[in-house]
Ligand binder design. Structure first.
Ligand code: UT7
Length: 312
């Protein structure tokens, strides 16, 4: 038995921080930020739990279900509100969900990890999952450090994943980690993000290309079969380099980073929700998701889009 995404939603804090704000107080410029990253503004504020709840509500509404219809909540986050309990516990309670909930930390690859895990857990007991990616990276970013402050934003995205239908939802996936790369990108408890940007960039391009080649190969697909590519939204130049190598045109790619910055676990579901809201997805479309992040982690998946898959 397969499964399908039956609803989606997203949440961004109200406060918008433009490149001009950074230009006014740091040794940087709108020109540098746009040309090196593609980012023009980012949203900042709220807690991870608050944003996760907002995106979760929107996804439940879009699916036409209540919290009580959810048997499983998986929250991908790198910035939990507390060390314990998991942020998903409070989100589960606020949304009035049934069943269980847990957090998952795979940094910017987290949402794809969470989607694959949730899909595997759907069975007779867990019929409907709410999968959320939410992060408030602004809380762990040194706002005086121009090399990281301009990059990150806060947000959340969510989908309802429902068991049913004959078609496989995940056609292929690839999850990986290389812990030896930890010194390149990390944040200690109570500390700020430290990143060797250029080396992370180099490895991110390589990891994404290899991972995408693996999932396309495993599913027996070519780049032309993909209706929409939803990459992690870290840097427009990384996305362009990957697209060029894989052979996916930019007009088949979901981009929100110009308005959101890098929102880590939230970036892929945010871009997916925006694309779905914009009517860019049709029944049966094959969607490629791919992300990478601290760890270094990477995750790619080819999924089949379509509410009908769940037999609603
Ligand atoms: O989602 C988690 C994964 N993280 C990422 O995907 C980030 C990957 N890395 C990147 O996106 C890019 O490496 C950055 C956007 C972080 C940096 O771009 P870059 O083209 O790799 O620049 P760089 O780090 O090599 O720095 C070039 C110059 C340096 O000055 P010098 O040493 O050449 O004089 C930096 O100090 O740019 C300087 N610089 C800035 N200048 C103006 C760094 N940040 C800024 C800034 N404004 N905000």
């Amino acid at each position: 038995m397969g499964s399908a995404i039956t609803g989606w939603g997203d949440a961004l804090p109200e406060r918008v921080v433009t490149n001009a704000e950074f230009e006014a107080r740091l040794d940087t410029s709108d020109e540098w930020i746009v040309s090196r990253t593609g980012i023009r503004e980012r949203h900042v504020g709220g807690t991870t739990g608050e944003l996760a709840v907002k995106a979760g509500w929107a996804a439940l509404k879009s699916a036409g279900v209540d919290g009580t219809d959810i048997d499983l909540l998986v929250l991908a986050t790198t910035t939990p509100d507390r060390a314990a309990p998991a942020t998903s516990a409070a989100v589960h309670d606020t949304l009035g969900c049934s069943g269980t909930a847990f957090d998952l930390n795979a940094a910017c690859a987290g949402f794809v990890y969470a989607l694959v895990v949730a899909d595997h857990l759907l069975d007779k007991t867990h019929r409907r999952a709410l999968v959320i990616g939410a992060d408030t990276l602004s809380r762990i970013t040194d706002q005086e450090d121009r090399s990281t402050a301009v990059l990150f934003g806060d947000g959340a995205g969510a989908v309802v994943l429902e068991r049913g239908g004959a078609d496989d939802f995940v056609l292929s996936y690839d999850l990986g980690v290389d812990g030896s790369a930890t010194p390149l990108l990390y944040a200690d408890h109570g500390g700020y993000i430290k990143m060797a940007g250029r080396e992370v960039y180099r490895r991110a391009v390589r990891a994404e290309i290899l991972s995408i080649e693996r999932v396309l190969g495993d599913a027996g697909l070519g780049a032309d079969d993909i209706a929409l590519f939803v990459p992690h939204q870290a840097n427009a130049r990384i996305i362009e380099a990957v697209n060029e190598r894989i052979g996916i045109p930019m007009d088949k790619t979901a981009i929100v980073l110009d308005r959101t910055g890098n929102t880590s676990s939230a970036s892929i579901p945010l871009a997916l929700a925006h694309a779905a809201d914009a009517g860019r997805l049709s029944e049966g479309d094959l969607v490629l998701l791919s992300g990478f992040g601290a760890g270094m982690t990477w995750a790619s998946a080819v999924i089949r889009w379509g509410r009908r898959g769940a037999g609603r």
